[in-house]
Design a protein around this ligand. Structure first.
Ligand SMILES: [Zn+2]
Length: 425
């Protein structure tokens, strides 16, 4: 009887509509890339089954459990999710289990009351400035820079763009804009050239690498063989073999600990067909990513199964689509750049899933998978476009005491407009 009462109260408040049909819709339209999960997930009239690699039923969600599971996954970390995943398996929650799980949920996803002058008051927004380098030298380690002769000149006047610097400046301006409206904001990395560990990669490599690799080996996160291999790698090689993904997970842990109502991940794109970026490109477009687009091998790791179930049960992916649609529309309008189509890039064709909103694609990236909140992963423009690269190369604008290229201000302004539209409708 108590579970009936819970469903009556809970559904209308925050998880209205979490039905088998809603989950099936998310599975078909966002999560299942080209049918590759067809043998991993089964939908029956009142049950959803997740299968293991042997094709055996490993976890079941029954229709009347979906509001509870949705709320639980949204308001818990992967350690708690793993416990429930193992305890529950394919059986139904008992009334007592459902009750105690409900009591344990501290639902912190509700939006505060709208306050006229400071409309974002009490809203928590995490911002992730993509990559970490702000200098050309550091950017060479992560391969996120452009360095070529300025278009239209034949002298030694060069374009020097570092993506991690553009993203950090954008994040600083956006932070100031939304704080002015009352939002509580964190940046996933605190300063230019700093990683999520609040230090440069050079410092980390010199002073922290050994300690981290040793501790990961001790807890069996690294095999002996892998440990020995990683210990010997140069700064550049260790970045690709280990640090890049390790630091992205640290960013998402930091963001999840803040429990944001929204996460904004800031990147600047390049034209993939212009590789190795020795010249400018005529092409330009704008796009945003949300989670989804899983393939069956993504479900081998237990953590990924848990992220998958969260995205299946909760409406975060629908909310991510809303904010991403608003963002890509603001980019397109303010920057006068066309929205990308699925066949505009090979990575979209092979790994992306289009949505019904032009310029918004599902991508199964570490951050779009690990972050437990609605999110937008913005790729506002192509830095190597013939006009953009010149404009981005000049710091000709000042906002909030920060000197930036005017295009960077316009990108921050576009995120800001989308955020205001998203929360105040
Ligand atoms: Zn990037």
């Amino acid at each position: 009887m108590r579970i009936t009462i819970f469903i009556f109260f809970f559904i209308p408040i925050c998880h209205f509509g979490q039905t088998i049909a809603d989950c099936k819709d998310r599975f078909d339209n966002y999560l299942n890339l080209k049918g590759s999960l067809n043998n991993s997930v089964i939908f029956e009239k009142d049950i959803i089954f997740l299968l293991n690699e042997k094709g055996e039923k490993e976890f079941a969600a029954y229709a009347n459990e979906l509001p509870l599971l949705s709320s639980f996954f949204e308001n818990s970390n992967v350690d708690d999710q793993l416990k429930i995943f193992k305890q529950k398996g394919t059986r139904k929650f008992t009334r007592r289990e459902a009750d105690s799980l409900l009591m344990a949920i501290d639902d912190d996803t509700q939006l505060p009351q709208n306050n006229g002058k400071r409309p974002l008051q009490g809203i928590r927004i995490a911002i992730d400035p993509g990559h970490f380098s702000s200098t050309l030298e550091n950017a060479k380690v992560e391969g996120k820079y452009l360095h070529f002769i300025k278009p239209g000149t034949n002298i030694l006047d060069s374009i020097e763009l570092v993506e991690g610097n553009l993203t950090f400046l954008t994040a600083k301006i956006l932070k100031a804009m939304i704080e002015e409206r009352g939002a509580r904001v964190i940046l996933s990395r605190p300063a230019q050239n700093y990683t999520a560990f609040s230090m440069t990669y050079n410092y980390w490599y010199k002073y922290k690498r050994t300690k981290i690799l040793d501790s990961l080996k001790k807890i069996n996160e690294l095999t002996d063989e892998k440990y020995k291999k990683l210990k010997k790698l140069t700064k550049e090689k260790l970045f690709w073999a280990f640090f890049r993904d390790y630091e992205l997970v640290a960013r998402s842990n930091k963001i999840n600990a803040f429990n944001p109502h929204l996460t904004v991940i800031i990147h600047y794109n390049v034209d993939e067909k212009n590789s190795p970026w020795q010249n400018a490109s005529e092409r330009n477009n704008t796009m945003c990513f949300i989670g989804g687009a899983f393939v069956d091998t993504d479900l081998k790791k237990i953590n990924n199964k848990l992220h998958f179930l969260r995205l299946l049960f909760c409406k975060q992916i629908n909310e991510s689509e809303d904010i991403s649609h608003l963002t890509v529309t603001a980019f397109s309008k303010n920057l006068k750049v066309n929205k990308a189509k699925l066949n505009d890039a090979d990575y979209l064709i092979s790994k992306g899933l289009g949505t019904e909103h032009e310029g918004v694609f599902c991508r199964n990236l570490i951050l779009t998978r690990y972050i437990n909140s609605p999110l937008v992963y913005g790729e506002s423009l192509f830095q190597d476009n013939v006009i953009e690269c010149t404009k981005l190369n000049e710091c000709n604008y000042e906002a909030y005491g920060i000197k930036v290229p005017e295009r960077v201000y316009m990108v921050a302004r576009s995120y800001y407009e989308a955020i205001m539209d998203y929360f105040i409708r």
